[in-house]
Write a protein of this length. Structure first.
Length: 437
């Protein structure tokens, strides 16, 4: 807790005026952010390994993004695209239709948040297939709206007390190799978790009534589990065989977070519908649903949309983001960052027995902490202690996982070698401190 008078006053006003449920992880108040660095109202500096929950892939306050927003604000801020359209969403849709994996012609619609994108993806899938069932995964997170919350697996804090939930949602285990739901080990398992979908379509929901399967390529809030390379190709094959649409929720994994522009590129998967948000507009509220043309065009005019969807400031920010990624070769920089991060985290695992598993897919990475490597008992309290220690030392680091025992790394792709080294040193010191407690 800071001793700064201004920060104390602001936190007092917050407690008095803002809803308790709309909570923050930390009590500092941010004054400025640039690249991979944040400064609070005390002038204290932090290395940002959270990136606004994977939102700032191009870095905080990138000058090109800032300039694009300022330039658009001088022209106009809103007309509602569904009433009086303008150029930027059209240009952005054109780019996304090319960038989202797959050769099929695609079309795009825009809304404001990842949860809204998920809601609309489900609406479109149901409209197109004339079926209602949706298959989601254990460890999934898809948002806090009714459909998003219903699709989400973790109960506390996302679902507790908010029922009843949307009907006709069916849940299967994800490829969580460290804690296999089938008691097997990779690769001798022969991807039993993917094959399970076939029997699930007999015992739980019939293909004739199942519209879509929705999956995060790497579950975010669920614990950053990286699936085996055969996993998604097998799931997609089963979906195609049964006329079930495949929805890739790339809200967190897209826009370079795992190395390529979209994570499904790792496995050569063309989803029927893809959702993206977070780093798409570098902090401006914008999300997109991108899908095969025949699917996206099935809905009647006015059936999808919203007042703020395709906001001009947000679309200009997104165009600038995509330009920055290309101009600054950020996908290559992200790949290099991921390799360095993977090496550093595996070195930590060699030194500290509390680290049970290291999971990396490009610059997306996680450490799962356990009390004992044999029993794999989740080290939830220790994980919180680590994040608290790191924050006090100037490193913003978040946890995740259904047991709250996973440290996840979502730093901007512009993070420098010096910042990475400094952050890892703080983390190393945190583990050393934990051992001595």
């Amino acid at each position: 807790m800071t001793d700064n008078k201004k920060t104390k006053e602001l936190n007092g006003l917050r407690d008095k005026n803002m809803a308790k449920g709309f909570a923050s992880a930390r009590s500092i108040c941010v004054q400025k952010a640039e690249g991979a660095t944040i400064w609070d109202m005390d002038g204290r500096e932090y290395i940002d390994f959270a990136g606004g929950i994977a939102v700032m892939n191009v870095g905080h306050s990138h000058p090109d993004v800032v300039a694009a927003v300022k330039n658009q604000a001088d022209k106009f801020m809103h007309t509602c695209f569904m009433v009086l359209p303008y150029e930027s969403p059209v240009r952005l849709a054109q780019k996304l239709n090319t960038l989202v994996p797959g050769e099929s012609p695609k079309k795009t619609m825009f809304v404001n948040s990842g949860a809204e994108a998920v809601e609309n993806a489900v609406k479109i899938a149901r409209y197109y297939t004339k079926k209602t069932g949706i298959i989601a995964f254990e460890n999934a997170f898809h948002g806090r709206t009714l459909m998003g919350m219903s699709l989400t697996s973790k109960v506390q804090p996302y679902k507790l007390g908010f029922g009843p939930f949307a009907p006709e949602i069916y849940r299967i285990p994800f490829a969580y190799c460290y804690r296999c739901s089938f008691g097997k080990e990779y690769p001798s398992c022969d991807i039993a978790c993917a094959d399970h979908l076939e029997s699930f379509l007999i015992t739980h929901c019939a293909p004739e009534t199942t519209a879509a399967l929705i999956a995060e390529p790497v579950p975010g809030e669920g614990g950053y589990m990286v699936p085996p390379p055969e996993y998604f190709p097998e799931l997609k094959k089963i979906c195609d065989a049964h006329g079930i649409l495949f929805i890739a929720d790339e809200i967190q994994t897209g826009i370079g977070r795992t190395g390529p522009m979209f994570a499904m590129e790792h496995w050569g998967i063309e989803a029927d519908i893809t959702t993206t948000a977070k780093s798409l507009a570098a902090g401006m509220p914008l999300s997109a649903v991108v899908g095969k043309k025949k699917i996206m065009d099935c809905v009647h005019p006015g059936g999808v949309g919203g007042t703020y969807g395709a906001n001009p400031l947000a679309c200009e920010a997104a165009l600038a983001v995509l330009s920055v990624i290309e101009k600054e070769n950020l996908l290559k920089k992200g790949k290099d960052l991921g390799e360095k991060l993977s090496t550093a985290l595996n070195d930590l695992k060699d030194d500290f027995k509390i680290i049970g598993d290291v999971r990396c897919l490009g610059p997306l990475a996680a450490l799962e902490l356990v009390k004992n490597r044999e029993t794999k008992t989740p080290a939830q309290e220790e994980t919180k202690a680590i994040t608290d220690y790191c924050f006090k030392k100037g490193l913003v680091l978040l946890s995740c996982g259904v047991y709250g025992n996973v440290l996840r790394f979502m730093m901007p792709l512009v993070t420098t070698d010096q910042q990475l080294e400094q952050g890892i040193n703080i983390l190393n010191n945190a583990f050393e401190w934990l051992e001595k407690r």
